[in-house]
Design a protein. Sequence first.
Length: 185
Amino acid sequence: MKKFSKQINQKMTEEPKQEFKIDEARVFKNKILGLMDSYLKVVSHGPVDDRYLAGNVSIDGKEMLAEAFVNLLSEESSNKQTAILESLKSKIGDWEAIDNLIDSINENNIKIENKFKFDSMIRKYSSDEDSLLMIMESKASSINNNKTINDYINLIKESKLSQDSKHKAQKIYNTRKNELPKEQF
């Protein structure tokens, strides 16, 4: 025991210190969801049918609305960062480095519309990944915007699909990306 405690310079009775990272976006989303649960309600005006009383009524899309709020705020902050970097161009002579930094900021922002479309596609077809891949392939052929394709590729990386399906889906969208003209980059 003494050797072990000397190696890590820590008493054996103490637990190792752990660092916790707080994700402010997740905390904000959970607070919005809590507010929605507290204040939103379903109100019926007029006669109520018996079949509505027998079932459960809920509000659909609360999480999507909360994510939209979080994305709106993150989009605002990235717009402010871009404006600050644009103002630095007059002071700093290396415009190319600033443009690359602005591009990387804008590339990491996923459009909320693309996220909602991707999430609904995953929800509908996640039970059968083969059919999901077929749907992705058919929808990818109609996409003509590189930003949308990049968003889908980033969303695939974050999704809960199997590694094999992730690889196949990324290949589908990368193939479509290579088919598009280079001027759109």
